[in-house]
Design a protein around this ligand. Structure first.
Ligand code: LLP
Length: 452
């Protein structure tokens, strides 16, 4: 296929919606052929808000945040959860994160603007990103953000100067790069030796950064951060990174008399996109990571730091589905079947970018077996505009609705206006009611930036 996807013959899996529950929002039900989320039939939501549409299960989002908090706190009381806003950011989500008692990881001035619009408490803001602009630094300091996670010496100086001008010392955590390859797609590995992220431990940069930060008048150095990648299934990568971090922290204590008060082990826990996927649970992740921290601390006689973790995908991905309307079904003899929907790489670029895989079902035939193999394709002018490649689906026709599961993370966030497509709206469903939290874009929105 010219899109870069490699087509292999597959048999239909004959799965029904009941077989897809492990990747679905926690309140998704199918009773007498009626599929609902949060007690509201999807057909009713679609009728009111149209397609393409992101439908989030609010209970699922809250449940994930609470599970993280409980699983960590029960094993390691001095711990906090920082939600990675980049996986799904809107004002309503930022409010939920605050209500559930979690902190937030902000990766840009834009995400900061959203947090501020949600009146997110400044003492729970963690400012991240490998190239914060001087304006973003000023805005975040002015907003009294709790911590900056810092990636470069240039930035340390900029933050220090900006803090000094305001007569404060800014709390800073240094992002260190342990130099390991996480078990995931190369595009989302972030702690290799060859990475733009963090200060490399192996080549001495992290040591230089520590010494530098300790000498900056405007900086209160609090500890270290690593984030090894995303969609990780093998938890031993986290133990390995923790071990490298503690060896390094011990060295810094010996050489500079600096003891880290805070340790942030990043995010990255994988989720189930396909019914056969078996990611580690949040409890298992908490067990492995807190055990690694406690073991390493004991080994080095190091006081236990406050522990942070930064999940994004494992909070938001399975909380949502994308609903589309089928525009056409085309059978190409000797090749396959294309089901064209009213969205595509503008609302889900993950398939084109990472060869991501998803489960989908046809709303009107959810209880029937998925007896055909097809590509669910979008409406954009590219062969690579595929949402689901070469997978099973119930036979369907124009006017029916396809729901793609586990699209809650990095889909709405990475949405774009290719072909001047308007981005979908977002609704949240809870306890039998639906609220629109992001409205669908309009042509007026698109034209509002045009000056020509
Ligand atoms: N902390 C930092 C510093 C990060 O860079 C990330 C994600 C996270 C936490 C959250 O990681 P998570 O728990 O979501 O795995 N667009 C890609 C994913 C990029 C991840 C970027 N950083 C995708 O669609 O798969």
């Amino acid at each position: 296929m010219s899109s870069g996807f490699e087509r292999k013959p597959v048999e239909p899996d004959n799965a029904t919606i009941e077989d897809l529950m492990s990747v679905a929002p926690c309140t998704l039900r199918c009773e007498d052929g009626v599929v609902s989320v949060g007690g509201v039939p999807l057909a009713d939501i679609i009728e009111e808000y149209g397609t393409a549409l992101f439908i989030y299960d609010e209970e699922h989002l809250r449940r994930q945040l609470r599970t993280y908090k409980e699983e960590f706190a029960s094993r390691y009381p001095e711990s906090s959860i920082i939600y990675a806003a980049k996986s799904f950011c809107c004002v309503a989500m930022d409010r939920i994160v605050d209500e559930e008692g979690c902190c937030i990881d902000i990766a840009s001035g834009g995400e900061l603007a959203f947090a501020r619009a949600a009146e997110f408490p400044s003492e729970k803001l963690f400012i991240q990103g490998n190239n914060k602009t001087p304006e973003e630094i000023e805005e975040a300091i002015a907003a009294r953000a709790a911590y900056f996670v810092v990636d470069t010496l240039d930035e340390l100086d900029r933050i220090s100067e900006a803090a000094e001008r305001r007569g404060i010392r800014q709390r800073v955590i240094l992002r260190i790069c342990p130099g390991i390859e996480a078990d995931t797609h190369a595009y989302i590995q972030t702690a290799n030796e060859d990475s733009k992220f963090g200060f490399n431990i192996g080549n001495g940069s992290a040591r230089i950064a520590t010494e530098h930060a300790l000498g900056c008048k405007g900086i209160d150095l609090c500890g270290y951060h690593f984030h090894i990648g995303s969609q990780i299934f093998a938890l031993d990568c986290f133990s390995h990174a923790t071990q490298i971090a503690f060896d390094f922290m011990d060295e810094m204590r010996r050489d500079f008399d600096f003891t880290a008060r805070d340790l942030d082990i990043g995010g990255g826990l994988g989720i189930a996109y396909l019914k056969g996927d078996h990611p580690a649970s949040i409890a298992e992740f908490a067990e492995v990571t807190t055990t690694a921290v406690k073991t390493e601390a004991e080994k080095h006689g190091y006081p236990l730091p406050h522990l942070y973790t930064e999940p994004g995908r494992s909070i938001s991905a399975n909380a949502a589905l994308t609903a589309y309307t089928v525009g056409a079904v085309k059978k190409v003899t000797g090749v396959g079947t294309y089901v064209s929907v009213d969205g595509g790489m503008s609302d889900n670029i993950r398939t084109a970018l990472y060869q991501a895989d998803y489960e989908a079902f046809v709303l009107e035939h959810a209880e029937e077996p998925r007896s055909m193999v097809c590509d669910i394709v979008g409406k954009h002018c590219e062969a690579g505009d595929v949402v689901v490649f070469n997978r099973s689906l119930q036979p369907c026709k124009a006017g029916e609705h396809v729901c793609v599961l586990a699209t809650g993370a990095y889909c709405h966030e990475q949405a774009n206006n290719y072909n001047k497509q308007v981005r979908p709206g977002v609704v949240m469903v809870a306890d039998g009611s639906v609220r629109e939290v992001v409205r669908r874009e309009t042509y007026e929105d698109l034209l509002s930036r045009e000056l020509g």
